[in-house]
Design a protein around this ligand. Structure first.
Ligand SMILES: NC(=O)c1ccc[n+]([C@@H]2O[C@H](COP(=O)([O-])OP(=O)(O)OC[C@H]3O[C@@H](n4cnc5c(N)ncnc54)[C@H](OP(=O)(O)O)[C@@H]3O)[C@@H](O)[C@H]2O)c1
Length: 295
């Protein structure tokens, strides 16, 4: 019999990609606050607010999944400083509700973030010291700790600067740059934040492999090269033939954002490559694949 997998946040960037990939291999139930788009993608779907324990408990008890993949999150880093209760409720209590509602035997795969680190000396290894510098980062670390302390079988995957192949996602730096340049808008992009952005397509394949191999623990996944946001924006402009002079280089302090950002971030992928034999791709390859898919 096919394994049953409940995906939370199935309407988000990662949730959509995962649902599409996993539906050919497993019995999938996609859940989110708004399921209109999931319904269109032909997987079974249900509205579920992970902050509402009764809601989560009813659905989990009825569906009885073998695995729950928690991609749902409050992902707005600056607004997390303002709406602290909501960010904590989704990113921490939401996961606690999933843990409490599910059977001990249910495996939980949770998506975290490089924002659990302070960004002073990345790229980070899995066992490097965590020290979030934003409230969003604190909620992501508290979520990790809730799962680690639950004595459940778990897998925590940390991506960074996640992006879809689509260009409308709120939580995607790629989508913001693509859409702005496509509309010939000038954008200010920082030169002092480095990372190795994670494209959801290979990341979803990594998650599939982790399911098949019953992988447990904490793993990082990102691209092969560490670059700053300005360099990433230039690559996007060049790949999609946009006017790169629209991109104005600035530094993080100029933005006066509500939340502090890790500057020298990025995630070391040696562990996942050597233990799980997964591939890590150059950013240019990922952008080229997105372009090919658009044609
Ligand atoms: N985006 C990044 O750059 C990035 C980087 C590193 C790690 N991550 C992590 O990767 C994971 C996936 O991120 P993503 O970029 O795919 O995020 P996303 O596109 O914002 O998707 C998150 C989904 O969760 C839903 N959601 C929010 N509150 C919920 C609730 N109470 N109950 C159920 N669903 C809820 C959102 O619905 P609404 O849209 O209706 O609110 C959205 O569909 C998250 O854990 C995130 O923290 C993201």
């Amino acid at each position: 019999m096919q394994k049953k997998i409940l995906i939370t946040g199935a309407n988000g960037q990662l949730g959509r990609s995962l649902s599409n990939l996993l539906k050919d291999h497993f019995n999938i139930l996609g859940s989110d606050l708004n399921i209109a788009n999931i319904e269109r993608s032909s997987i079974a779907s249900i509205e579920m607010d992970i902050t509402n324990f009764e809601n989560v408990n009813n659905i989990v008890k009825k569906y009885n999944p073998d695995i729950i993949i928690n991609t749902a999150a409050y992902t707005n880093v600056d607004q997390s400083e303002v709406h602290r209760d909501l960010a904590w409720s989704v990113n921490v209590h939401g996961l606690e509700n999933i843990i409490k509602a599910s059977e001990q035997s249910t495996r939980i795969i949770h998506i975290s973030s490089d924002y659990v680190f302070d960004g002073k000396n990345g790229p980070y290894k899995e066992d490097d010291k965590t020290y979030p510098i934003s409230y969003y980062g604190r909620t992501k670390l508290a979520g990790e700790n809730a799962l680690r302390g639950s004595r459940r079988k778990f897998l925590i995957l940390r991506p960074n600067v996640l992006y879809q192949s689509t260009t409308h996602d709120q939580a995607s730096f790629f989508a913001w740059v693509y859409t702005s340049l496509n509309q010939e808008k000038n954008i200010n992009v920082v030169t002092d934040q480095t990372s190795n952005p994670t494209w959801v397509i290979p990341f979803s394949q990594v998650i599939l492999k982790c399911i098949v191999l019953n992988t447990e623990g904490i793993y990082h996944y990102g691209s092969d090269d560490n670059i700053n946001r300005y360099e990433f924006a230039l690559m996007i402009a060049r790949t999609f033939d946009f006017d790169e002079s629209l991109i104005n280089p600035i530094i993080t302090d100029d933005l006066k954002q509500l939340a502090a950002r890790p500057k020298h971030s990025g995630l070391c992928t040696d562990k996942i490559q050597s233990e799980l034999d997964v591939k890590v791709y150059p950013i240019q390859y990922c952008l080229d694949q997105i372009k090919l898919g658009m044609n």
